[in-house]
Design a protein around this ligand. Structure first.
Ligand SMILES: [Zn+2]
Length: 325
């Protein structure tokens, strides 16, 4: 896959730009000369297969609600070699303040959630992992080793880190993870092959639908369930803030509520799936947790809603469907 090099082009202006080298320079340089077959072979490598929305959800419920928290803590900064204690402290907040706050909220409404955790984050915050596990209703899923960017790794490196992460989470939680959310949703050209080799039940990193679907590889069935994500259903674009790299305006929490509630309404009408991706370091602040509580209350005012982990939903759509292995 592509390796990106940072090349200084002006000493005075400190300008840099990225040059991506392809595995096949001819294809990389002139995709406009590709045949339709070449184009199709690239885009069909990983595609959405059949819609796995069941006739009804368990107990006759009308919508499946999958709340997820990506507990990255300090790993994004570590990956980028941003070793500032100031940046680390934002990750520390996730463990020290946000995780207890999130667990208390989930307790209050007696609902489950999935936590996707880079193995290094789990190793740095074993007590918080144990706190999540001790509730006996939450799921802990794979989220890389140190929030690495899969597309910058060789297949061998990506595979090694996934197996190492799997072993680490299994040892810390006492249960083998069954699903993955790739770090930064960076699903490389090798990720699906590794998921299949590991026998994982599901992925939650792709965006080809709002509904659960089966992932196809080169047009063929894989048996891997996708529980799709979307940036508008992620807290980071609304609440993330990077002082030096770009403008990231803070948004009123209730403006985000309006977007998420409207998304939920439509999922409820369609009888499908509502997946929300959150990060303790962003959602875990007071005003935003109040908004999340309001959203949970709002969803609970609807009849027949099913709050479940990603694992529970993936098992239900796979086993209920019966047409994928
Ligand atoms: Zn993450």
């Amino acid at each position: 896959m592509k390796k990106c090099l940072l090349i200084p082009i002006s000493l005075s202006a400190l300008m840099i730009f990225s040059v991506c080298c392809a595995k096949n320079p001819t294809q990389e340089e002139k995709p406009w000369e590709w045949s339709l077959e070449q184009v199709q072979s690239e885009v069909n490598r990983v595609r959405a297969g059949k819609d796995l929305t069941p006739e009804s959800w368990p107990g006759g419920t009308r919508v499946a609600i999958a709340l997820s928290f990506d507990f990255d803590a300090e790993t994004n900064a570590l990956r980028d070699l941003n070793l500032s204690p100031g940046t680390f402290s934002q990750g520390e907040y996730a463990a020290r303040v946000a995780i207890p706050r999130i667990l208390a909220l989930l307790d209050k409404y007696d609902i489950p959630a999935s936590f996707f955790v880079p193995a290094v984050s789990a190793l740095l915050h074993k007590e918080e992992i144990q706190a999540i596990v001790s509730k006996n209703r939450h799921e802990i899923g794979l989220h890389g080793w140190i929030h690495e960017r899969n597309s910058l790794l060789s297949e061998h490196e990506e595979s090694d880190l996934m197996y190492k992460s799997f072993d680490t989470l299994k040892e810390l939680t006492g249960k083998a993870p069954v699903g993955i959310r790739t770090p930064s949703w960076d699903f490389s050209q090798h990720t699906l092959a590794i998921i299949k080799e590991m026998g994982l039940l599901y992925d939650s990193s792709l965006m080809a639908d709002d509904r659960p679907y089966e992932i196809l590889e080169d047009g063929k069935s894989t048996g891997v369930v996708e529980l799709p994500v979307e940036w508008l259903l992620d807290d980071y674009p609304y609440f993330g803030f990077s002082r030096y790299s770009s403008v990231r305006p803070h948004i009123k929490p209730m403006d985000v509520f309006a977007v998420w509630a409207a998304e939920f309404e439509k999922a409820y009408d369609e009888g499908t799936l509502f997946v929300l991706t959150m990060h303790p370091k962003y959602i875990g602040h007071r005003s935003r947790m109040s908004m999340l509580e309001t959203l949970i209350q709002y969803m609970q005012t609807h009849d027949q809603v099913w709050f479940a982990t990603h694992e529970e939903i993936a098992r239900y759509v796979k086993e209920g469907d019966g047409t994928i292995e």
